[in-house]
Design a protein around this ligand. Sequence first.
Ligand code: ZN
Length: 413
Amino acid sequence: MKCFKNFSQILTLEKASQKDGRLLTPDDLSVLNKASIVFDEDKIHWVGLANELPKQFHHIPSHDCEGYVLTPEIVDSHTHLVFGGDRSFEYSMRLNGADYQEIANAGGGILSTMENTITTDEEELFQTGIERIERIASYGVGSIEIKSGYGLTVESERKISHVIDRLKKHFSGKIQIFNTYLAAHAVPKTYDNSHEYMQKVVYPLLEELAEQNIIDFIDIFHEEGYFNYQDSEELFKVATKLGIKIKIHADEFNDNKGALLASRYNAVSADHLLCTGEDGIDALANSQTVATLLPGTAYFLGKPLAEAQKFLKAGCKVALASDYNPGSCHCDNILLIASLCAKNFNLNMAQLWSALCLNSAHALGLYDQGALIAGNKPRFSFFKCSSIDQITYSWGRNFAISENQLIQETHQT
Ligand SMILES: [Zn+2]
């Protein structure tokens, strides 16, 4: 059992959790000033004001955490961080006025990431994966989802899924990694249609990886010109049979009814949602499927943001994630993205922090974390500052520290 006492603030998100992360008002933030927490490896035992610590916990060795802030763990529920190559030149080309075709002609675009990911060996992908995850963790993020999808052959998709599995094992006990199978990311030109690709690549490998028990979620790029309603529905049926939870890239380019499909199949999340119509928003609001918005992508591409207010007002559970990837959002810092988009989305503080911690945990099926209440998993983020206001106010400044750092910097009593 451990006791961290006297935090300048603890953000519990208790009320937000009682409201299942929906229709939150500023009062639902639940911040305790001068507060303490008691926990062991498995669960939180008590959270409250420091001067109300129950007697039975008085004997536990504790650390004095004045000058620090504790929040529920920040979760990044949507990344594509295993990839080979570098596309920085493309971003500069785009700033200089180049369009999609000019970039493709210069050897850029998603095909270049695929070629580079296919030719990069497993060990190198694993090592760069470690570096990227450590950097993301340094911002205070403790759970990270990673999608495959830059291989698009059985062999290279297998390699990527195995790299994610190795990363998961490498960080086990510290950072929670979730392995999402997104072989249905695009259809290579060598196939006549999406159906043929699904039959020849997506399903055979899914079966193999499911048998090895290394897949946490399946995902599909459900967009016009990529995978159609029939492809997605069939994949969801197979995944349901295999007991694998569902995520979906939905309604990014047009209203393709991805959100509707997601709620119908109890997906843990539907992501992007730039063009979702009212029927899709209603369906999400009446389901457990989290509406995950990825504003970093819109910023990166200079496109309009999703209409967050429509989802929030309808009663959806809204999460934010980075979508960290080499082409459309090379930003791995979800706290920075959240700070930037908060006002454009008109998020209140309860909505903002729930989108980072509570609803984003639900977007990974983690229903026992995301709020600091007794019985929940002890998954935390620690910040070296005196209030949560400072964290999202100071765009791009990193206040996060690890639990080990906190223990070293504070004295035991
Ligand atoms: Zn994505």
